[in-house]
Design a protein around this ligand. Structure first.
Ligand code: SF4
Length: 367
């Protein structure tokens, strides 16, 4: 039969404190949010806003922009004001840009303490500015830029080293009464990353931003992220996620959303239940599944559509979906809500499924 999508996560979520990234709550039981990062030069305001608009359309809820130069810092205010989703400035090396980002009205600022010299001395000022503007800070520890002291102590970026770095930086903020913080401890090895987040989750109540850093090209990065986030989120750990891929950022968002949907952390929209095909198939299942997926892309209401290659298991599976097709003898039996509503020639399967999906979507939509 069609696998049941759980209505809720496997285990209760970890209790974390809640912060507000602009209008998006993170932690404290808020839905796990999906983030990405732009690849444009931030100083190119038009291109950056264009990419943010594309990300927004794909379901991205929070966007991060890099800020390596003064020109980028100067662009932040306009970008933060015009973006439809909250903008986080990503700062390495230069504390002065942290202040600029806060002043610019960014929804949050990511700092990488390992990459900012004398960071510890600056925390007091950063905490004060962030507090004045109500700007949360992400402490983003990264295996590739671990604090030198910890690298010496642990020899390499072990889970313990990542966690110690993060908690040390958090404690510096805490000394100034600042707790508007979320934390990430990223590593490119999912095994190390999972262990680091597990330890971190036990030792603080800050909301956690999950990420496998430098996860790789789309295929490998998708799998690494799905495995790592799946392990953590299925234990209730993680409040916001960013899939890093060497691919356009919209792809990261699609993968992130699919991960949450697969874990029952977000209601599915379109789900294609297609068979793997086998020697009994009487139609090109791969092509059919791809065409149906493309045709229904962007559908807002939840819909489960079965695409089956033959009539052996086909009708049974197709019946359990909202809508489906079982192919055979150059024809497709179209099922809606368990009933065969018509049989169409193979060439008309895709358009018929799309037509019927539209009708169902209309009847399901709230308006
Ligand atoms: Fe094979 Fe038919 Fe099952 Fe598809 S539905 S995997 S074609 S038996």
């Amino acid at each position: 039969g069609v696998p049941e999508v759980p209505a809720r996560p496997v285990v209760p979520r970890r209790q974390s404190r809640q912060i507000q990234v602009g209008p998006v709550p993170v932690g404290g039981g808020a839905p796990v949010s999906v983030q990405s990062m732009t690849t444009t030069r931030t100083s190119d305001i038009g291109a950056t806003l264009q990419q943010i608009a594309e990300l927004t359309a794909s379901g991205c809820q929070i966007v991060r922009v890099a800020c390596p130069t003064q020109d980028d810092a100067d662009a932040l205010a306009t970008i933060a004001r015009k973006s439809q989703i909250p903008v986080i400035a990503d700062i390495h090396f230069q504390p002065k840009y942290v202040f600029a980002a806060i002043e610019a009205g960014c929804a949050a600022v990511r700092v990488n303490p390992g990459n900012i010299k004398k960071f510890d001395d600056q925390v007091k000022e950063i905490a004060r500015a962030a507090k004045d503007h109500g700007t949360p800070i992400r402490i983003g520890v990264n295996a590739g830029s671990l604090d030198r002291r910890l690298l010496q102590k642990y020899g390499k970026a072990t889970p313990e080293a990542l966690v110690e770095s993060a908690l040390w930086e958090a404690s510096l903020f805490e000394e100034h009464g600042f707790r508007d913080i979320k934390i990430s401890v990223k590593h490119n090895d999912p095994v190390v990353m999972i262990e680091a987040y597990r330890q971190l989750a036990e030792r603080c109540d800050y909301p956690l931003h999950l990420g496998v850093t430098e996860a790789g090209p789309a295929f490998q990065g998708t799998i690494k992220s799905a495995v790592a986030f799946g392990a953590l989120l299925s234990q209730g750990i993680g409040d916001t996620i960013r899939v890093s891929l060497s691919a356009p950022p919209v792809e990261e968002v699609k993968v992130g959303i699919q991960i949450l949907e697969s874990l029952g952390l977000r209601r599915r929209r379109l789900e294609i239940v297609s068979c793997p095909s086998c020697g009994r198939a009487q139609v090109d299942v791969y092509k059919l599944a791809e065409e149906v997926t493309a045709g229904l892309d962007g559908m807002e209401v939840p819909l489960r559509v079965a695409v089956m290659g033959c009539v052996v298991n086909g009708p049974g599976e197709a019946r359990e979906a909202d809508l489906g097709v079982a192919s055979g003898n150059g024809k497709g039996q179209i099922f809606v809500k368990g009933e065969v509503i018509k049989t169409v020639p193979e060439s008309r399967i895709v358009e018929t499924l799309i037509e019927e999906a539209m009708k169902l979507a209309e009847s399901k939509s709230p308006s």
